[in-house]
Design a protein around this ligand. Structure first.
Ligand code: LLP
Length: 419
């Protein structure tokens, strides 16, 4: 395990975490290179028997160093904005391994992606298709596309991260999609390459993926009969991780279940994992500023907050919390771990069993590698925290802590207010 105790002290690989805290202060995000590579390897191994491409979902963690480490393993990227494309290119992605999803792509973003020559656009509506055709024509190019279909399966996850249901804003109803494919085929500046679906995130069962895949295979056969040949099946991301006691499927189990269908149709399988690559490769380290008792309640007020790690506040998500230094005694109490932000929703954990701790002690918020830093904001004018990557016995600052000057960068006071 990349994060484990040695002499009652939590380490990331070969580095005591408290040592990093001493040097750069708290709070900060901390990632293990070894664990990150394990995440990529799971997918690489799953894809050995069939043609496949890993398109890492940049939104999960978009630090340049993390991206670089993943792209070095021959993975590509699943992007949802021009900004993510910029980051991915900066980190050395092969544009031919980039897929571009999202319900609201702008013309400017389309142009950018067409110029660099990405693998394909995952188109989410008919209007988007028309605009893409138009933008490609302007550039005298053909835009390679898949249509994101909505297979209407319930991934049984948090409603905010379910995306494959009929009523969601994503994709095109799978039953309506043949019509759109036919239209796309007629378009001069569109090249139909694939079918895309993504049913949700933090999915801990294999059955929703298989149900969705079955519907997609049926669609692909129908399209082939209509002379619309499909080369890529992009199954999206969504495989969950263990936050507490979940037992998510392995990528290899999923591939095993669909590989014959893939081979039979001579398809290339694209997978877009985010969380299952980086989620458990990262933690968030925070310090107790104060402890406080109110009636029967104990609060550990820490220097990290909902602006740094939004998941608990936003989804009521559970993240395991571990003291960086273990105590001799084993008494646990129930405490709320809360941040300094002026909102009651600003908590990292509620009624959590933790040792009796004092101000100055450090806590590790586990499983914070995905949708941690990328969802951080500057709310309450809190500078964004640094990110650190550990490899063996060495650690590297991969993003500096923001300064107060960074907070006001780009802001201007109009002349009339200066009088
Ligand atoms: N592909 C598409 C088209 C997506 O929309 C997503 C995630 C992924 C791939 C990657 O899914 P993953 O493998 O990471 O499950 N902020 C939420 C998660 C939002 C996921 C959005 N889409 C959270 O913190 O749980």
């Amino acid at each position: 395990m990349a994060f484990s105790y040695c002499n009652k002290e939590l380490y990331c690989e070969g580095v005591p975490i408290s040592k990093i805290a001493q040097e750069i202060g708290t709070p900060f995000y901390l990632y293990s290179y070894e664990e990150l590579m394990k995440g990529v390897k799971k997918y690489k191994e799953a894809l050995t028997e069939i043609k496949g491409i890993i398109c890492y979902a940049v939104k999960a963690n978009s630090n340049l160093a993390i991206l670089r480490a993943i792209f070095r393993e021959e993975a590509g990227a699943d992007i949802v904005s021009g900004g993510e494309l910029f980051r991915a290119l900066r980190a050395g992605v092969d544009p031919k391994r980039v897929v571009f999803a999202g319900v609201g792509k702008t013309e400017k973003e389309m142009e950018y992606a067409l110029r660099v020559g990405i693998l394909m656009f995952n188109v989410e509506s008919e209007e988007e298709l028309e605009v893409l055709n138009h933008v490609a024509k302007k550039l005298n190019k053909k835009a390679p596309i898949a249509i994101r279909v909505n297979p209407d399966v319930d991934p049984e996850t948090h409603p905010y991260i379910s995306t494959g249901l009929k009523e969601s804003k994503f994709g095109i109803d799978i039953r309506e999609s043949p019509k759109v494919y036919k239209k796309a085929k007629q378009m001069e500046n569109i090249e139909v390459l694939g079918v895309h679906c993504h049913i949700g995130s933090q999915i801990t069962k294999i059955s929703p993926f298989i149900d969705a895949a079955k519907r997609v295979f049926e669609l692909i056969d129908n399209l082939n009969n209509e002379n619309i040949s499909i080369k890529y099946f992009d199954i999206g991301g969504g495989i969950g991780i263990t936050y507490k006691d979940e037992n998510p499927p392995k990528p290899s189990e999923l591939v095993e279940a669909i590989k014959e269908d893939i081979k039979k149709r001579n398809l290339t399988l694209i997978m877009e994992p985010g969380r299952s690559i980086v989620g458990n490769a990262g933690i968030f380290v925070t310090k107790i500023l104060y402890t406080k008792k109110k009636d029967k309640k104990t609060f550990y007020i820490v220097d990290g907050a909902m602006n740094d790690l939004a998941r608990p506040a936003l989804y009521g998500a559970y993240h395991e919390i571990k003291p960086i230094n273990l105590k001799e005694e084993h008494i646990t109490i129930k405490a709320d771990v809360v941040g300094p932000i002026c909102e009651t929703g600003d908590f990292l954990a509620k009624e959590r069993g933790l040792p009796i701790m004092e101000k100055g002690e450090l806590l590790a918020i586990m499983s914070a590698g995905a949708y941690g830093f990328t969802m951080a904001s500057n709310y309450n004018s809190r500078p964004k925290v640094p990110e650190v990557l550990v490899k063996d016995k060495e650690w590297f600052l991969i993003r500096e802590r923001e300064t107060y000057e960074d907070l006001v960068r780009g802001e201007r006071i109009p002349e009339f207010l200066l009088e």
